[in-house]
Every structure is written in C-alpha cells, then in structure tokens.
Design a protein around this ligand. Structure first.
Ligand code: GLN
Length: 456
C-alpha cells in the first residue's frame, strides 16, 4: 500500500487518481495485516486497489467526474465497494473517468483527461487510456494499484483495457449490484474488474458480484469460484467468429490480431466456427438512442435540490431559473448533448420513431446471440476496438459521432446483457497494445474467463 501511494504521487501527471485516500488506505492495510497474522485472510486481503469515481464511497468524494456533484460525500457505500472491502481490499483513492461514464476517451471529465502511460514509438503525444474508465485503466497499466473497479455501459471497461494492455470483464447484466453506483443507463450499466491478468480478474470478480436485495435487477444466483475454473483447457469448445465484425477498412493490424487470436484458440483445441450476427450494424445507433434516453431520465434528479451543486441565483430567480442555471453550470457539454438527445427520443412525437424502434432492434440483437449459442457456440471472438489508443484531442474536437464509432464492437453485448472480457493479445506497428474480446453466454463468466486465460 505504501509503495502504491508513492507511485500515485509520482505519477500525478497521468491524472488517474482524482481523490487520494492515504489515511483510509493505511488503516485498511493495517487491518489487513492483522487479519493475515490471525490466519483469517479473505481473497483480496491487503490488496491495494483504485475505485472509479462513479462508485459511492462513504465519506469520500464521489462525483462521477461531474461538476454538478462537486464535493458530494455519500453517507453510504456502494454494494460492490463494500464487498471488496469485506474481501480485504484496500482502497487507495478514486479514479478519473468521463463525466457520468459518458465517453470513450476520459476527456469529458471535470478533472481533465486521464493520460495513458503508453506512448507511440518515437512520438511524445499524450494518448488516451480510453473511456469512460480511463483513470482505472491508466492506474492499473502504470502500476499505481494492483487492480481497479470499472463500469461498462457500452464498453467502458473493455475499451480502456484494450487501449492500455490490461484485462477487463463486463459481467452478465445483474451479476454485480448497481446499488450505490451513479446511474448512466440503468438497463445497460454493469460494474466489473480491471486488472493485470485474467487470474486477477477472476479473483476480483468473485469478490464483486453476488445477489443484493437493494438492487431489484441483481440476480439471485450462486457465485462460482471463478479462479478454480481457470484450467486453460478449452478442448472441444466452439468459438464463433462473427463475420459482421469484419468491417470494411478494418486496419490490417486489427485484422491480423483477430486471425492470430483465432489461430491460438484453435491450437489450444477449440473448434472455430464462422457465424453471423445479422443485426450487428444496427447496434451502435440503437445504443445511442437507448443510452441517452435512460441517461436523460436518470439525470433528472440533479436539480440543485435533491442532488447537485446549486448554481448562484440572482434576485427574482424562480424555480425554473434555478434548474436552468444549475444544470447549465454543472453538466459538461457531452452530458448536455446526451440529455437533449435522450429527451428528444422519448418525447411524445418521436418515441415510436426512435426509442421504440431502438428497443425492437435491441431484441433482435439479443436474439442473434441467442441463436448462435443455441447452435452450440460457446463463446464469440472479436476485436475489442477498431484501432489502438488515439491521441488526446484527436477525436474529441471532431464530430461527436466519430467518437461514438469507437464503441462499434463493444455495445452489442451490453444491449444483449451478455458478459464480455477484453484481453491484451498484441501490439500495433507503433508498439501500442491491442486486444481481443470474448463474448460469452449469460452467467458463464467462469467459462469465458477460462477461454480468455487460454488466449492471454
Ligand atoms: N463510450 C460509450 C458511451 O459513451 C460507453 C460508455 C460506458 O460504457 N460507460 O456511452
């Protein structure tokens, strides 16, 4: 814990940790030492971790990197972080992210962008660690902590993992409690671990998940010992290669990475099967209707009364001015854009044309996956991202849709509620990490991690 705290101070330029909690960390580390000495050490006893700012942590600033929650110190602890604490993990502090988890580069943060510890060969440009869990990815990749929590609504665990050469798993929807996690799009949000290895991900996921009566969408299912399932034996497993993910103009190094990963699984005894997920191309537009719709509803609570830092008002201002000034000052540009899109697609005149249509598309995407699994496929292999990490500013200043295109391979499984794990499997011509993604059947994270283990 002490060496991590030192590393965090030395790596301030990465802007990964936005709140440091050294006193809490040292107290918990001491308690962990005592438990180890007493021979009662739980799975993560004494392991120093970082926590994404979207998790409410009791008495510790939890802003989801938004200006509107400035100085918010919850009176309660999220279920996931409480479980990690119970498993002995030591929180070092809170990690940078895109505001309310909306983004793919961590540039939409009230704290400023997090920066990747990676550089392109011979080029000093600061690169994004990805988003929205950019602080988590940068911190794990730069060895500021052993692991971190992330959340994934449309790729925010897997894309930053791919950009930083780390491992991240988005569990099945309902595996981890959402209680105490600031909501973005409630039907898509899931917490998960970001780690240095598949084994670490298995250990940490087990500590994070489980039934929680405080979240009505949390699944009442036993939590397996995921680590024990890492045998590396994938003989006879059927791995699907979805042709719709082979996009026109896919960079050569991504195509090669995918082919190499396929060959690796085959060499390990898996059967490779070409499959079709015909509605894939509609996933991104459907996601960018559904996620903003849910966000606009979730963010209505930040009104300067129930939640949110109230803006300074002028004499004569009424309730409307209070809402307007508070929300205009507190929310960043991307969040405001999503609220507008979400409100529009839910409005009486456009509900059927956009929101309802997107929901129907969502069912078809889910069915594509169900059909593949019903035909005997055990897991699906695809790239995680369409490129390696990009430079700060390279995408953000362009049209926002360009940024959204980063999520083309990741949003599909959130719409279907399925688990997905991102594993680093190679580097591009400039030495930057690249990763592949495995998509699994609902509740079969153990099997999925085992396949990822064979690929690692
Ligand atoms: N990049 C996607 C978005 O901006 C996904 C974010 C996430 O998974 N939280 O919505």
């Amino acid at each position: 814990t002490e060496s991590c705290l030192k590393a965090i101070d030395a790596a301030g330029a990465l802007n990964a940790f936005v709140t440091k909690t050294p006193e809490i960390a040292l107290d918990r580390a001491k308690a962990a030492d005592a438990r180890i000495a007493a021979g009662d050490a739980p799975a993560m006893c004494g392991l120093p971790i970082g926590v994404k700012d979207v998790f409410c942590t009791k008495g510790v600033t939890s802003q989801a990197a938004s200006g509107i929650l400035e100085g918010f110190k919850p009176e309660y602890e999220s279920t996931v972080t409480q479980q990690l604490q119970d498993a002995g993990a030591v929180m070092l502090g809170k990690l940078n992210m895109d505001e309310f988890a909306m983004g793919s580069s961590n540039e939409n943060s009230t704290y400023g962008a997090a920066i990747s510890p990676w550089k392109r060969a011979g080029d000093d440009t600061n690169l994004t660690p990805g988003g929205s869990s950019g602080g988590s990815a940068a911190a794990v990749a730069a060895d500021l902590c052993l692991a971190a929590t992330g959340t994934d609504t449309g790729g925010s665990i897997r894309q930053p993992a791919a950009f930083t050469g780390t491992v991240g798993i988005k569990p099945t929807y309902g595996r981890c409690s959402r209680w105490g996690v600031v909501s973005y799009a409630s039907s898509l949000d899931q917490a998960g671990p970001m780690t240095k290895s598949v084994r670490d991900a298995a250990i940490m996921l087990e500590a994070m998940c489980g039934h929680d009566a405080k979240d009505s969408t949390s699944a009442d299912l036993a939590v397996p010992n995921f680590e024990a399932m890492l045998t590396g034996d994938i003989k006879g497993k059927k791995i699907g290669i979805p042709k719709e993910y082979r996009l026109d103009g896919m960079p050569e190094d991504i195509a090669k990475l995918w082919d190499d990963g396929t060959a690796m699984l085959k060499a390990a005894g898996a059967e490779i099967v070409d499959i079709s997920l015909p509605h894939t191309k509609y996933a991104l537009p459907a996601y960018y209707v559904i996620a903003p719709a849910e966000a606009s509803s979730n963010l209505a609570r930040y009104d300067g009364v129930r939640y949110g830092q109230r803006a300074t008002l002028s004499a004569g201002d009424g309730i409307t001015e209070m809402y307007e000034k508070t929300r205009a000052a507190g929310f960043g540009a991307e969040v405001q854009r999503r609220i507008m899109v979400g409100t529009y697609v839910l409005s009486a005149g456009f509900y059927d044309a956009y929101y309802n249509r997107a929901r129907r598309v969502r069912s078809l995407i889910k069915k594509d996956f169900e059909d593949a699994f019903a035909a005997g496929i055990d897991a699906i292999l695809a790239p995680t991202t369409p490129s390696a990490a990009f430079g700060l500013g390279e995408m953000k200043d362009a049209d926002p849709v360009k940024m959204y295109l980063n999520d083309v391979f990741t949003v599909t499984l959130n719409l279907a509620g399925l688990p997905g794990v991102a594993v680093p499997t190679g580097v591009d011509a400039q030495g930057l990490p690249l990763g592949l993604q495995l998509i699994g059947k609902p509740w079969e994270e153990g099997d999925l991690l085992n396949t990822a283990y064979a690929l690692e």
